[in-house]
Design a protein around this ligand. Sequence first.
Ligand code: CP
Length: 310
Amino acid sequence: MLSLKGKDILHGNQFSKREIEEIMKAAAYLEKEMKRKDSLNLLKGKILATLFFEPSTRTRLSFETAMQRLGGGVISMASPESSSAAKGETVADTARTVSQYADVIVIRHPRIGSAKEAADAAPIPVINAGDGAGQHPTQALLDIFTIRRELGSLKNLAVSMVGDLKNGRTVHALVELLSLFQARLYFVSPLELRMPEAITFSLKQKGIEIEETEDLPKAASKSDLIYMTRIQKERFEDLSGYERVKGHYVIDENFIAGLKNKIIIMHPLPRVDEISQKVDDYPGAAYFRQVRNGVYVRMALLAMLLGKRV
Ligand code: CP
């Protein structure tokens, strides 16, 4: 059994296939336990600190749910305005301070590299819950859990990633994990929102088959899974740039009716207009099941980082 005890979770590229298998196994076990009981005592007496310098619904609340379901406690900074960050305190000083109170930190911040700064300063595990347009590794883990649950296997996958691939930290992290399973990847985006070259270069170096295209129906016809993403309005310096690309790809009932192959639709959420609510009843629409899976995967991670065998 591998140990994640005391480790930081910062980047999708840090995991081995074996570590992913162990996290998935632990998450599946905890899911089963949660069907029998409302909560466990595994992390009784431990404290999670959530430090969110950017808005969040799912990531913060699912981590807090996960800790409470494991019997632990939570302290939370839900926005920078309510903390001494508003007075100019650095991320490093904040993390070092909070590590005097808590056993594990989850941090989201608008700047790439900020979670690493927190991890370097804090003597306790730090989990990157999104650093700007950088990485969101725990989302990638829950995505992998969901893909396996929905499709039964991670072998021979063909995945279309759609939307804002330039700024989308969820896809930046997920490709790292999918590359371990030799998935075929279709990157579907407007030209100005293409996947960063550093990422496509690294995937090619690993021998991963990738195709960049603007044609969603064609990519979808060859895929097992569409991973839809929101255009990240908050990352545009100039709003006219956002207006040019918003609404570029929309999955609606007509798109679903035109599908020739059985396909799963995932989205890290929140959505704006890229998936119509009319698609929510399509059996392959997995995005709310994906949300629920996030709790089990985050329970598994918290337990493992704090040295519990699951
Ligand atoms: N998927 C995700 O990161 O959602 P939140 O921004 O609501 O946390």
